[in-house]
Design a binder for this molecule. Sequence first.
Ligand SMILES: [Zn+2]
Length: 463
Amino acid sequence: MSDEIIAAALAGAGDTDVVEVGRGILARTGTIIADALAEQADGSTAPVLIVADALTWRAAGRTVAESLEIAGVPMTQPYIFSAHPIPYASLDNAHSIAERLLALDKETGSRVVPVAIGSGTINDLTKLAAKDLGRRYGVVGTAASMDGYTGAGAPISDNGVKVTVNCVAPKVVIFDLDVAAAAPAAMTASGYGDLAAKIPGGADWILADAAGVEPINDQVWELVQSGVHQALAHPDDLAAGIPEAYTGLVEGLILSGLAMQVYDGTRPASGAEHYFSHIWELGHLGADKEVPPSHGFKVAIGTLAMLAFYEKFLERDITALDIDAAVAQWPAWDAVEADIRTRFTGALADHAVAETHVKYVTPAELSARLRRIVDAWPRTLPRLREQLVPTREFAAKLAAAGAPHRPEDIGLTIDDVRDTFPKAMYYRSRYTVLDVAREAGWFTDIVNEIFTPGTGGLADLWA
Ligand SMILES: [Zn+2]
């Protein structure tokens, strides 16, 4: 697809300097890392510590180690976690990597460079260890499972509480498509779900732009959106493990992370569909399972929920909206806060109240905002239609990719999904179609409609 687009992304990205994606490039990792990551001020090459787990070591680590040796990079004993998959990135594991690096610094007399071999967790742990020591790292991806490779955040579990620690994204990202195609099918399906989020997430940005809340950055939009529909077009080829079919998915996930670096925020990669995933995760969905549903699996269901919402939203004509009537029914802040507190408890309720307050407007401001959306509608509607895809069609694509396409696939009921809609609206200050619908006075009706049999919504899709 897109050497030029990746080059443009790298030019704007603050952290990542080198991205190499292709078939059979594992054997070139040695020279890539020697040149772009391990070169020291005096021209010599710093030693490298490979961080892997038992499976990623077999999938790619061994070949990377050989390649590094051939390239003349001084090697240290690889740090290989025995369990796979490591259930989550715990702070303890990150500290162990950092300690090993410090011990190796002493032993070798240089600053040892960490190179992660793996997908989510191994990358997050290495990212965190590197950040703690103020040094850069590289990652060799082993599965197209999510878009966090090139992101700066590391979701970490500390004493059972999940937090996202702001780190520095990898300096070098290497992804061999043969390795990606050989990865467990569920990991690819997960990446497919995470990339799918760019469809409703992009639509949310189009609306936020139309409302004057968050203008679209055209360059960033191009980076994250230009290849998405194409990359999602052939899920059966991905499920069949055809390496060439992985180009779009791998590049799409990498570009999504780079776009977040360029934009310095997550708006380019996520909208309300991600809040469904976050809320289910905070509810410890599937925590009792041996393998809890992955980020991309939860996002896949969130994506379907939002596509269905968009369908019903676009069946209404916002240009015919009686703005004065919408403003007249706009609840006072106290009523909004009370409603939020019926849906969330504890610290999460306080969080949602604070987030929703950021996007809450006075009646006069609401009137202006709705007027602005209506005025922009002739430009906005075609753009939304181009961006969105039919829910039913996309459910079939998710199924072909081996990704969840029904709530029970991730241990939820239809009612669970329904209950999540208002939570997803309140969960973050980010302005999405859920907010536009609420402000127009349509939100409750649309949710009811989606879950009423015979309306072509989720009740029918998931019957
Ligand atoms: Zn995601």
